[in-house]
Design a protein around this ligand. Structure first.
Ligand SMILES: NC(=O)c1ccc[n+]([C@@H]2O[C@H](COP(=O)([O-])OP(=O)(O)OC[C@H]3O[C@@H](n4cnc5c(N)ncnc54)[C@H](O)[C@@H]3O)[C@@H](O)[C@H]2O)c1
Length: 361
């Protein structure tokens, strides 16, 4: 292996990483990516559920399996880990891993609230470990393409963004929702809204929020919750917010687990001074993407399918994390961004509770 000094740090060329994954439901997709990465030399699995451990271990032929996270950290000399457990464990497991010298890719949302998120950011600084938040929506081909269109200045100055993840019926009943905010930190906003808020913020350069007016509702799912034995279901099945950013950009957010509307749709719409864009994906539809850029050409606004501007290669979210470790570069989805998103959602929940606009401090 070659040793090379980069930005004052040491980097190992041709380095291969030993990677852990804790939580093997959505974590299975992390395992899949690591298993096909030529920068991973070994994978170690952890889940309290032995049947999940066996199932994923068998699929990827992984023999190192733990039901105890602390034991795994102690016995395995991991370089990096994916944290894919329920939200209430993100902070504790991420900090423990970084303290043990392990770089962390933490599933979204960063944490249940900004207090926890800030502790995670501080731990990454204290232990000098990378902490990336798994905002994988950004890595969709259409998002990568639109971002390159925006960065080329084709849309001009962005001044309005509307971003939505809307479900007709899709409450994740398999989460322990009866424990309310304790486990998840919130409902549709923190589960789905976090993804579309991140991508909208990323498109417009992550400006600082100034004000928000938001509200949350649970108008559709209470009966279904009761039928499932969950009394006093308190999480929002829908949340909406209008943010004013310090640079004047207005950003509207809507997220629903359940609402009376068409099928599930993920949409982000952008208005800029020179052009606009819409990304729209109907989940479950055959031809599921309707992605268009609107540009004024010769005095006329034309619809240009994003497909025609498609960038040839797109990064993989998990590989981007590994590459940042190997090259000793900043991770693409930073803990500062994760924290800003968490703070924005805290503001929405506070606005909903108070019934007033909330100013970002
Ligand atoms: N990025 C995405 O697109 C995406 C999609 C789904 C979920 N998520 C996020 O991933 C996280 C997990 O979601 P999920 O749907 O996989 O949840 P889940 O509850 O279905 O699965 C969590 C897994 O973690 C295991 N687990 C729980 N506590 C553990 C512990 N202390 N040690 C080891 N294993 C433990 C459980 O046994 C289970 O297998 C959540 O934060 C969620 O928001 C992200």
């Amino acid at each position: 292996m070659l040793l090379q000094s980069i930005n004052g740090g040491i980097r190992l060329n041709n380095r291969k990483l030993k990677v852990g994954v804790v939580g093997l439901t959505v974590g299975a997709s992390h395992v899949k990516d690591y298993a096909s990465s030529d920068t991973v030399k070994e994978i170690v699995l952890c889940d309290v559920d032995e049947s999940r451990l066996k199932e994923i271990g068998d699929i990827y032929n992984i023999s190192k399996k733990y039901t105890d996270f602390d034991k795994m950290l102690k016995e395995e000399n991991l370089d990096a880990i994916s944290i894919a457990v329920p939200n209430f464990l993100h902070m504790r497991l991420s900090i423990q891993a970084m303290e043990a010298g392990v770089h962390v890719l933490c599933e979204k949302p960063m944490a249940r609230n900004a207090v926890e998120g800030r502790k995670m950011l501080e731990a990454s600084q204290k232990y000098n470990k990378k902490l990336m938040i798994n905002f994988n929506q950004r890595f969709l081909h259409e998002c990568q393409t639109l971002k390159s269109v925006i960065d080329e200045g084709k849309l001009g100055e962005i001044y309005y963004v509307r971003t939505q993840w809307q479900r007709r019926r899709g409450v994740p009943w398999w989460y322990p929702l009866s424990s309310g905010k304790e486990v998840c930190g919130g409902g549709a906003l923190i589960d789905l809204g976090v993804h579309v808020l991140d991508r909208a913020m990323w498109f417009c350069g992550y400006p600082d929020p100034e004000w928000v007016l938001g509200n949350t509702f649970c108008k559709v799912s209470k009966d279904e919750a009761a039928r499932k034995g969950i009394q006093n279901f308190e999480l929002e099945d829908m949340g909406v917010a209008m943010f004013r950013m310090t640079n004047g950009v207005m950003l509207e957010l809507e997220a629903s687990w359940a609402s009376n509307r068409e099928n599930e749709m993920i949409t982000t719409r952008i208005y800029g001074s020179k052009g606009g864009a819409v990304l729209q994906r109907e989940i479950g539809a055959v031809n599921d993407a309707c992605n268009t850029v609107f540009l004024e050409i010769g005095g006329e606004v034309r619809n240009i399918p994003l497909e025609e501007m498609k960038i040839s290669k797109k990064p993989n979210v998990r590989q981007a994390f590994l590459d940042a470790i190997i090259k000793d570069e900043e991770v693409p989805c930073t803990p500062q961004q994760g924290l800003k998103i968490t703070q924005m959602l805290d503001m929405v929940y506070l606005s909903a509770e108070n019934g007033t606009p909330v100013k970002f401090e």
